[in-house]
Design a protein around this ligand. Structure first.
Ligand code: GDP
Length: 445
């Protein structure tokens, strides 16, 4: 069974949440899973290695500052780095087609979806950007391909260059240029011939055409389902012809999109568009977030992150409850309670939610037990040493003075806090005797 990255990582998370902090070793373990997931998504090995190293550098750097949610950190860093690498600097949907007539050269292997994409792009330029577009097929080897483009042209309402049998590709290209200039076209698109494999004749031909028209954009169309092959094709075209961008087709299929990352890394050229079906409007601007999610197999990263966080909080609460019923409720626990109260909208907010507590909420208000007070109490606890927090009975006069001064408060404020703590822990001991299981269950709800 195919296991996606989120599943792989949740195993790692379980371990991380128990430790509560992100060590270098944890990051490494998580990243081993990330690397496997990338390889499974068709990312090439050197690219996956380099990517993982990049993430490792960032993750380890951040580890100390945000140790509260280690799982969140790893996932987010992986996702963000992926988006960053895929995004690049240019706007994928904006083609360089000023200075009319602007030539766009479409290249790629046969069957990659080149002709279909030419039609889709022509439609998009016409409808979204109001451009006057001319299309020309340079596939002199397959008359059917020429006819196919003419049919698509009629379908999307874009002109195609009349077919003149026996003409060489470079001559057709020149004729297209002439026609585009005379006819006042903004753009002319040249759909070159594809082969099943890369060969010298094909490359030589594309080079000739390129030299003849000096294209503003050379878009490589690759089948997104072919994974590793797509990457080799991109490398070859970039080296021999030079491309300005990539269009990934068949992304409506279940290819995992890893080729996008590899192609980007290997050629340094942006993915511009993705083909999402056979219809003429099934072309979208490339969105790094979507492909990143797809590569990682995580449709909903936020949900995953929340789950990791929830697990951590539950474990914390569970540990606290266990100590409480044993009468070991210490200052750290009290601090956590106070923080949770603030999160839930303060004492008043909490009581307001409970039936019959309205009167008490008023008393709380009168007693000044609002957020400000809660925050002051937290500040007092923060001024205590680790030992003092764990053992509040250590707090004698001199320590009390130091703590009050450290948080800018009076010893009497601290005494109030200590009294509250004593009362709470007495109450908890009593409740503990009443029935541990029941209370734990209550707390876990
Ligand atoms: P060419 O030989 O590179 O010009 O490829 P074609 O444009 O003739 O496309 C080959 C086949 O792939 C056709 O049946 C297209 O309808 C289909 N095709 C092209 N792009 C996509 C796409 O994005 N998704 C899907 N599902 N099919 C596509």
């Amino acid at each position: 069974m195919f296991e996606n990255l989120s599943e792989r990582l949740s195993g790692v998370f379980d371990r991380l949440t128990k430790q509560g902090a992100l060590s270098e070793e944890d990051v490494k373990t998580a990243l081993r899973e990330v690397r496997v997931a990338l390889l499974e998504a068709d990312v090439s090995l050197p690219v996956a290695r380099e990517f993982v190293k990049k993430v490792q550098d960032q993750a380890t750097g951040q580890a100390v500052t945000k140790s509260i949610t280690p799982g969140q950190q790893v996932v987010k860093i992986v996702h963000d780095t992926l988006v960053e690498v895929l995004r690049g600097e240019e706007d994928p949907g904006v083609l360089k087609i000023d200075n009319p007539p602007a030539p766009i050269l479409m290249v790629g292997l046969q069957g990659s979806g080149k002709t279909t994409t030419t039609g889709k792009l022509a439609k998009r330029l016409k409808e979204k950007e109001g451009k006057k577009v001319l299309m020309a097929s340079l596939d002199v080897y397959r008359p059917a391909a020429m006819d196919q483009l003419a049919v698509l042209g009629t379908q999307v309402g874009v002109d195609t260059l009349p077919i003149v049998p026996g003409q060489k590709p470079v001559d057709i290209a020149k004729r297209a240029k002439q026609q585009a200039t005379l006819g006042g076209y903004d753009v002319y698109m040249l759909d070159t011939a594809g082969r099943l494999h890369i060969d010298e004749v094909l490359m030589g031909e594309v080079e000739q055409v390129r030299n003849a028209v000096d294209p503003r954009e050379t878009l490589l169309v690759v089948d997104g389902l072919t994974g590793q092959v797509a990457v080799e094709v991109a490398e070859e075209f970039e080296a021999k012809v030079g491309i300005s961008g990539v269009v990934l087709t068949r992304m409506d299929g279940d290819g995992r999109g890893g080729a996008a990352l590899s192609m980007r890394a290997v050629t340094g050229k942006p993915i511009r568009f993705v083909g999402l079906g056979e219809k003429m409007d099934a072309l979208e601007t490339f969105e790094p977030d979507r492909i990143a999610g797809r590569i990682l197999g995580m449709g909903d990263i936020v949900a995953l992150v929340e789950k990791a966080q929830e697990t951590m909080e539950m474990e914390q609460t569970e540990r606290m409850m266990k100590r409480m019923v044993k009468g070991q409720f210490n200052m750290n626990d009290l601090k956590m309670q106070l923080e949770q109260m603030i999160q839930m909208g303060g004492m008043q907010g909490m009581m307001g939610m409970m039936p019959g507590m309205g009167k008490m909420a008023k008393q709380v208000e009168e007693a000044g037990m609002d957020d400000k007070v809660l925050k002051r109490q937290i500040a007092l606890i923060q001024s205590m040493t680790k030992r003092e927090r764990a053992n509040p009975q250590l707090l004698q006069a001199s320590r009390k003075k130091r703590i009050a001064a450290g948080s800018g408060m009076e010893v009497s404020d601290l005494n109030k806090l200590l009294k509250m703590h004593r009362q709470m822990s007495d109450m908890m001991k009593k409740m503990g005797k009443m029935g541990k299981g029941k209370m734990l269950k209550q707390a876990m709800k």
